[in-house]
Design a protein around this ligand. Structure first.
Ligand SMILES: Cc1cc2nc3c(=O)[nH]c(=O)nc-3n(C[C@H](O)[C@H](O)[C@H](O)COP(=O)(O)OP(=O)(O)OC[C@H]3O[C@@H](n4cnc5c(N)ncnc54)[C@H](O)[C@@H]3O)c2cc1C
Length: 427
């Protein structure tokens, strides 16, 4: 096992370039800069570098998404446009080739997510550390930066190892999500003090909570393909299609989590509209029910629904819908009135479920908001406000959906920043 090196005795306090945060972006930047000949120091708060990589993708690490670079840009919404040049320098194919060249074979799953064939996130991290060490990179673990200042055109970093002086600094200390991985958001304050705008932060890709007790009883049920709309008051804010998971506190799974940012950015309570049968129109749903009644009419309505729509409508979800339609649970399907049938169809196609909060930064996979992207030159990742300051990864106001997009943004912006550190490419 390769681990990052301990800090050497008699360490230098003056460096050309220092990277704060040895996560996805920092490690990639360190590799790139060192391979181009720069001697770059990485400072990592945690005992080990890249801890979040180890936890990612359910410890399988969804490295990137099998799609064009343009589709990566689109996935980040309007802010994604800034990623074009970073992706041109190090895109999806480069990321896959990078890991494959380090012996990490990859596979594309049916969702388009790219994982290591081994299903081991540790293989991804080991590949990064191996390559960094081969390039001569230095990582000081357990070395949290406690302050970053600009002094006479250079930078001073406070650390437990003393003050470090550098002419260029790359800040990739991540966002605020999953703080137990070391990402507690102090980087925002330093950059703000240096003159940058920080867009308000909120948890994204986070499970949502509901006040509805009947929903919590459905904990553990997965709906494999749903169309979900998120809204606040009378306003629909966005939709997403994918799996849905009921939990003991509310809603999780890709579709609710992808929409979570729309609800967490506001302090108001919201809702999710759940279409459990997105490929069928209401009329088709009703026709299917009517056509199965002659065959299974003696079953309860819930059993008939589950029989009719198979795994799309698990029995417990069907029972909950019958209950929400205020129909007697043991009523036989052939006894269902027209009005009851229509109510069931309405709920299958559009149950509105209240949301009163989220799992917060503790449970969020990424942070929405961060350093204003307009204040960063994305060709070099250099700050447009503070020459010599570079930014990469999740600290930027960029958050993508589930599917490997966020790592791709970290690899690409890290690579671009590493190139700049080596070139001394000050604007
Ligand atoms: C549970 C979970 C699962 C995820 N799964 C996936 C996935 O499968 N695919 C995907 O694309 N994305 C996934 N993500 C998101 C992805 O991990 C992040 O978007 C990505 O790691 C961001 O990279 P980064 O380098 O900007 O920040 P990070 O990887 O978070 O790294 C930041 C580093 O900076 C260090 N640091 C912070 N402050 C300081 C300081 N003051 N001094 C020194 N060091 C400091 C931290 O300790 C950390 O190591 C997941 C996130 C979580 C939480």
């Amino acid at each position: 096992m390769i681990s990052s090196q301990p800090q050497p005795v008699g360490y230098a306090k003056k460096w050309d370039s220092v990277i704060i945060g040895a996560g996805a972006a920092g490690l990639m930047a360190g590799i790139r800069a060192n391979e181009l000949g720069a001697k770059v120091l990485l400072l990592e708060k945690g005992k080990k570098a890249g801890v979040k990589i180890l936890m990612s993708g359910g410890t399988r690490c969804n490295i990137t998404h099998h799609c064009s670079n343009r589709d990566i840009v689109k996935a980040f919404g309007k802010n994604g446009e800034c990623l074009h040049s970073a992706l041109a320098g190090f895109g999806v194919e480069d990321a896959v080739a990078f890991f494959e060249s380090e012996g990490v074979q990859t596979k594309v799953e049916s969702t388009g997510k790219v994982f290591p064939v081994s299903n081991r996130a540790s293989d991804v991290l080991q590949a990064l550390l191996r390559r960094l060490h081969r390039a001569g990179g230095t990582v000081w673990n357990e070395c949290p930066v406690t302050d970053l200042r600009s002094v006479n055109g250079r930078f001073e970093l406070n650390t437990p190892m003393g003050t470090i002086d550098t002419s260029k600094v790359l800040l990739c200390s991540g966002g605020k999500s999953f703080p137990r991985c070391g990402t507690t958001g102090e980087g925002y304050e330093w950059v703000k003090n240096l003159g940058h705008t920080i867009k308000p932060t909120s948890p994204s890709l986070v499970p949502l909570t509901t006040p509805l007790s009947w929903v919590k009883q459905l904990s553990g049920i997965t709906l494999k393909d749903t169309l979900v709309t998120a809204g606040i008051g009378s306003k629909a804010l966005g939709t997403d299609r994918g799996a849905w998971l009921f939990t003991h506190f509310g809603f999780s799974g890709p579709a609710p989590m992808n929409l979570s940012r729309l609800l967490t950015t506001s302090n108001q309570k919201g809702w999710l509209g759940l279409d459990s049968l997105p490929d069928l129109k209401s009329k088709e749903v009703e026709d299917r029910i009517l056509s199965t009644i002659p065959l299974h009419g003696k079953k309860t309505i819930a059993s008939l629904l589950s029989q009719t729509f198979g795994e799309a409508i698990p029995l417990r979800w069907a029972e909950a819908l019958v209950s929400q339609a205020t129909i007697f649970p043991l009523k036989k399907a052939l006894e269902m009135s027209r009005a009851e049938r229509q109510k069931v169809v309405e709920l299958l196609k559009g149950s509105v479920l209240l949301v009163d909060g989220s799992g917060g930064f503790e449970k969020a996979e990424v942070t929405s908001g961060g350093v204003c992207i307009k204040e960063v030159n994305f060709k070099t990742m250099e700050s447009k406000i503070v020459p010599g300051l570079f930014l990469a990864g999740e600290i930027l106001d960029l958050d993508g959906p589930i599917g490997g997009y966020n790592f791709q943004a970290a690899w690409s912006t890290g690579w671009a920043a590493g190139t700049s550190l080596a070139k001394g490419d000050l604007t």
